[in-house]
Design a protein around this ligand. Sequence first.
Ligand code: ADP
Ligand code: ASP
Ligand code: MG
Length: 414
Amino acid sequence: MDKLLVVKFGGTSVGSIERIKNAARKVIDKVQQGYKVVVVSSAMAGETDRLINLAKEIDPLPPERELDMLVSTGEQQAIALFAMVLNSMGYPAVSLCGWQVPIITDSVHTKARVRKIGVQRLKNILKEGYIPVVAGFQGVTEDWEITTLGRGGSDLTAVALAYALGADCEIYTDVEGVFTADPRIVPSARKIARISYEEMLEMASLGAKVMQARSVEFAMKYNVRIHVRSSFSDQEGTWIVPEEEVMEKVAVRAITLETKESRITVVRVPDRPGIAYRIFKALGDAHIVVDMIVQNVSHQGYTDLSFTVNKADAPRAEEIVRKVAQEIGAQEVVRDDNVAKVSVVGIGMKSSYGTAAKMFEVLYKNNINIMAISTSEIKISCLIDQKYGELAVRELHSAFVEEGEEIKIVNDGT
Ligand code: ADP
Ligand code: ASP
Ligand code: MG
């Protein structure tokens, strides 16, 4: 049987008819090499944002069911155009929305999870010699409600289809692969040949939007190998693979920047048991995800408590915390949208020392104040003033990646 391949094109790669033609040529190349190809397409560049902004003109917090109904049309347009282009080039193709595959999800609108994928129809289409062009980002519930899979969700569509079909997965985007930092911020960033699922997941969760975090999580769970590459060149890109297959050992693999978080500070909170519980219980009940949390040393029974949340959730979080603050007798609540989180990421950090000190030194030498710190085994994140975000990324990249040899790795068993 022919080898199966799922290829996904991001928004920029299908941003105009010319670009769709370019993407279609990539697909045709693969078909000529003997692959059976399933295409996944995102909406044309900017379309999803345009639709969201229209909705927000009506209501800053639009009903999520209607939002999914609206934004899913972006991908529907793109797949129809993509199929038309393939047909016009002599390669019969048929476009499919999520519900036509079907890609069945739970009913959590705007961030639904994939529950089940039917592959029979795709297999029939392939058998008949057509190229299926599937809408990324969207699914359907058991009750026929249209859902979407979270921003960047076409990556997840591709990975999930690759798993369901037992296919390889190629993600075509507007950069040559996964780099040691966003190449738009750090021109000297290097393409990474192979990266582990763990590192890619951490990077994606910390702001490197080249792959959607949930898609990497899915790939890691089901062992789907991913090749991230450019739709504008034929260069080999980056392979996302299990840790054992990553040959190059370094402490710090990459630097990331996240600018989509806000910091909320509860000022002069009485320092007694149960206060943190009340604040974070209220946020949890409202389904707001909290990221970094910092509580200062107490002075005369009072302390300040800060945390970060997604910018989109910040106004609601502020409102909720304001209510709790009044009940517990805190002085005030302050929100700061101008923060950024810079992180250094690498599996090698598990067995190395000096990374935190070096990171803090780089920030200090550039006169950048740290507002909060969080760590895991494979990352260190610092919250800083947003205006220094890009500077910090460049300086950290220069210290860790360009001159990275200084960091010692011990006991890694190799
Ligand atoms: P697509 O529309 O193809 O899904 P995205 O815009 O979602 O593309 O992701 C690609 C972008 O991710 C790049 O243009 C780049 O600016 C950004 N990016 C951020 N961090 C990285 C990184 N470490 N390596 C590569 N790209 C990155
Ligand atoms: N079009 C959707 C978005 O912009 C999904 C994607 O591009 O992956 O988030
Ligand atoms: Mg994307």
